[in-house]
Write a protein that binds this ligand. Structure first.
Ligand code: UFG
Length: 339
């Protein structure tokens, strides 16, 4: 069984990846500082997997503590680096915290990995690196645009760092960069899911909290975009599908099928949906009527973006399986367990 270090493994995407890795026969080991996750996630993982997943309460930016994890675990075959701050608005208010945490933890990881002979890395990137694209859908070759937030800049910087480090002959590093589109939903068991702290920034947790009566109504940020119904278009991917992309990426690295440098993949469904379509699909999936109104545009939102998912399908053999309706049904089921 290959041991995979999962930084941010107690987070939303990380926890779902831990489940898929374990069920695919890997031995995931979590590293998380719990700055944006809860210890209760570990109980959810135990409930799904029927056993404990080893977890180190460590900040990835702490080189000595991270070395301690590598030393104690031994024989780590690869790392999936999820750990990062991810709130776009907060990153504008606290840019230093974002650069320090997101860039700093990657640098520390890249420093420590070779000390223990670990050469395989999967890195969590984002479709935010494309900015507002000139043409849709975006392929991996679509040029990146200047980021619209410090958060987006950290993802671009991290991609650049990985390229530079992999390109240096003194380093042995094989990396797969996964550019996520919009992850939504929860594990079918409803034992793990998204746990937003405070008021959610993202659409789906805001919708489910509104339906649960926690929020009064959803405000749709603008309906005057040049899209089919005037609201923004995004590519909403079920979080379990996204988690599975990490399993195939890890497999590819361990099988030595990846080149000795960097490979980049979009991870999305290949389909765009408007905000209004998501609201309607949620109503259908949940049987709830959603209270919403149209508000002004949100600064920084791109009008439309969705993935060309061809490369992930042809090279990784990865294809999403869950419909928007089922994804939203899982989000609603999870919300109901939260009360
Ligand atoms: N939206 C609303 N009302 C809300 C929340 C969101 O109308 O209360 C709309 C947004 O305007 C957008 C869509 O729902 O059109 C999705 O918004 P999210 O905040 O859920 O997701 P984003 O597409 O803005 O952001 C996501 C990730 C970021 C990443 C970004 C890249 O959350 O981490 O994609 O485009 F940087």
């Amino acid at each position: 069984m290959s041991k995979i270090l999962v930084t941010g493994g107690a987070g939303y995407i990380g926890s779902h990846a831990v489940v898929e890795l374990a069920q695919a026969g890997y031995e995931p080991v979590i590293v998380d500082d719990f700055s944006n996750s809860k210890e209760s996630v570990l109980a959810g993982l135990r409930a799904i997997l029927g056993r404990d997943v080893p977890c180190h309460h460590v900040d990835c930016g702490d080189a000595e503590a991270l070395r301690g994890v590598f030393r104690q675990e031994g024989n780590i075959a690869g790392v999936i680096h999820f750990a990062a701050f991810k709130a776009v608005g907060e990153s504008v208010q606290k840019p230093l915290a974002y650069f320090h945490n997101n860039v700093g933890s990657l640098l520390t990881l890249l420093q420590v990995m070779p000390e223990f002979g670990v050469e395989n890395l999967v890195f969590s990137s984002s479709c935010t690196v494309y900015g507002n694209p000139d043409a849709l859908p975006v392929t991996e070759a679509t040029p990146t645009k200047p980021a619209t937030s410090p958060y987006g800049r950290t993802k671009q910087m991290c991609e650049d760092i990985v390229h530079d480090v992999s390109g240096a002959s003194s380093n042995k590093l094989r990396t797969i960069l996964l550019r996520y589109f919009n992850p939504i939903g929860a594990h079918a068991s409803a034992k793990i899911g998204e746990l937003p702290l405070g008021t959610p920034n993202n659409l789906v947790p805001f919708i489910t909290q509104t339906a649960a009566g926690i929020r009064e109504k959803l405000t749709i940020f603008g309906d005057d975009y040049a899209t089919p119904d005037g609201t923004n278009v995004r590519d909403y991917i079920h979080v379990v599908d996204l988690a599975k992309a990490h399993v195939v990426a890890v497999q590819r690295l361990l099988d030595r099928k990846a080149p000795d440098t960097v490979e980049t993949f979009n991870v999305g469904t290949g389909h765009g949906n408007t905000v209004l379509e998501v609201v309607q699909a949620f109503e259908q999936a949940s049987g709830q009527q959603l209270n919403y109104s149209i508000g002004p545009r949100r600064p920084g939102d791109v009008p439309a973006i969705y993935a060309d998912a061809t490369k992930a399908e042809t090279v990784l053999g990865f294809k999403t399986e869950t419909s928007l309706l089922d994804s939203l049904a899982s989000a609603w089921k999870w919300q109901q367990t939260l009360g």
